[in-house]
Design a protein around this ligand. Structure first.
Ligand code: FAD
Ligand code: 2MC
Length: 393
């Protein structure tokens, strides 16, 4: 099983292929951290729904709390391509915990880019060290895929905004310390939305019950409820009315990160399937000697390779500030999250009945990857983004 034998490199498709020496070094560092600090506990954390905050803080000591945040506030200053390499390596041990880390990084990156110097200096040193945890709050009970229809209001009163409304499905909700909240300060539609940073102890902010989920069990998911919640105007990120653009730009990086988490889970499952086929014997020989299984293995490897190339290319376009990046990122997220889920499913099938047992980790990866086709923009939203661009006059 994966826990006894952890191949990651020198196997087709090798995640270190094509990387620079420096990238290979932090990829190895992330993988070592994942193997030592996450893998031995991942199944138990999943079962007990335990949010491993201490381990996340240790990850921050390696620079993973602000991977692409600038270094004047404690960030690591790496590129988006680099971030996908790191999240892929970490998620090969624990997709759910890594996915929370990726959301925390999305929030820190958002403040780094759109926050003013005061906001950057106030929040980023403790976010990059993960003394503080962050959550991203766009979705509402009535506004999921149609995010621009959100209804949580923020009305100015003196030097505060008064917030009323609620957010649904917030990863880290209730445990995180700072919340990047998209609110309505103006008219209907995208241009009436602003981005506010809300601290956990703000009066008028409360949380729903912890949701029970199919996967992503090592991080809590809760609703946020705002009842006359007073947030200082100083916590406005960017300008009034800029919130939707900020939210969408942050999600471009987030979608790559989620895609990268799918890559790591799929790589772990593929390696486990390969190992299993070599040792499991039926009809007098190892399963690996049946050509239909050999071909399936090749097909899964090909899907993984293509997914990885698309994620890294999307990340490169974001690094290059390519104006078409969001469309190629949408295609990459769609392709990678769908295909990596299929890889987990194919790997589970190759394990036979053992794949269905919790003794083997494949079912955990499958459960964790399933939601990547829904959140940070569902498959349908990725198709909307892509086809709209294709049909533009
Ligand atoms: P809906 O928008 O109601 O969609 C339902 C179905 O219809 C989907 O399959 C969708 O693809 C499809 N659909 C919708 N519109 C169209 C269309 N025009 N054409 C064709 N098909 C369509 N949100 C946050 O803001 N922050 C978080 O931290 C966060 N964490 C999450 C964690 C978990 C575990 C989950 C499950 C969700 C999380 N979300 C979070 C919310 C997530 O982003 C939404 O669930 C997602 O955007 C989809 O919205 P919805 O659930 O309202 O589905
Ligand atoms: N990158 C950059 N800008 C974007 C963008 C993107 N990916 N998507 C939209 N925009 C901009 C767009 O360019 C426009 O800007 P401007 O008016 O300045 O020209 C503005 O945003 C409005 O865009 P649209 O007119 O396309 O807005 P529309 O209402 O039609 O919605 C859609 C677009 C469906 C793509 C958007 O609502 C969406 O992405 N929905 C999915 C929501 C989502 O991903 N939620 C995830 C929540 S977080 C989560 O799940 C976690 C686990 C953290």
């Amino acid at each position: 099983s994966i826990t006894s034998k952890r191949h990651f490199f020198n196997i087709v498709p090798d995640p270190s292929m094509g990387l620079s020496e420096e990238q290979k070094e932090f990829q190895q560092m992330a993988l070592t951290f994942a193997n030592e600090q996450m893998l031995p506990h991942a199944a138990q954390w999943d079962k007990e729904e335990f949010f491993p905050k201490d381990v996340l803080k240790k990850a921050a000591e390696l620079g993973f709390g602000g991977v692409y945040v600038k270094d004047d506030v404690g960030g690591t200053g790496l590129s988006r391509v680099d971030a996908t390499i790191i999240f892929e390596a970490l998620s090969s041990a624990d997709v759910s915990t890594t996915a929370y880390l990726s959301i925390h990084n999305m929030c820190a990156g958002l403040i780094d880019i759109y926050g003013n110097e005061e906001q950057r200096n106030k929040f980023l040193p403790s976010l990059t060290s993960m003394d503080l945890f962050a959550s991203y709050c766009l979705t509402e009970p009535g506004a999921g895929s149609d995010a621009a229809s959100l209804m949580t209001t923020a009305v100015k009163s003196g030097d505060h905004y008064i917030l009323n409304g609620s957010k649904a499905f917030i990863s880290g909700g209730g445990d995180s310390d700072v919340y990047m909240v998209m609110v309505r300060t103006g008219d209907k539609g995208a241009k009436g939305i602003s981005c506010l940073l809300v601290e956990k102890d703000t009066p008028g902010l409360s949380f729903g019950k912890k949701e029970e989920k199919l996967g992503w069990n090592t991080q809590p998911t809760r609703a946020l409820i705002f009842e006359d919640c007073r947030v200082p105007i100083a916590n406005l990120i960017g300008k009034e009315g800029q919130g939707f653009n900020i939210a969408m730009n942050a999600l471009n990086g987030g979608r790559l990160n989620i895609g990268a988490c799918s890559l790591g889970g799929a790589q772990a499952c593929l390696v486990s399937a390969r190992d299993h086929l070599k040792v499991r014997q039926q009809f007098g020989k190892p399963l690996s000697q049946f050509q239909s299984l050999q071909f399936q293995l090749a097909d899964l490897a090909t899907k993984l390779y293509a997914s990885r190339l698309m994620i890294r290319q999307g990340a490169k376009m974001l690094d290059d500030k390519d104006p078409s990046a969001s469309v190629y990122i949408a295609m990459a997220k769609l392709f990678a999250c769908d295909n990596c889920f299929d890889i987990c499913d194919g790997a589970l099938q190759m394990h036979g009945g053992y794949g269905y047992l919790k003794d083997y980790p494949v079912e955990r990866y499958l459960r964790d990857l399933r939601v990547h086709r829904i959140l940070e923009g569902s498959d349908a939203v990725m198709r909307i983004i892509t086809s709209r661009e294709m049909l533009k006059d």
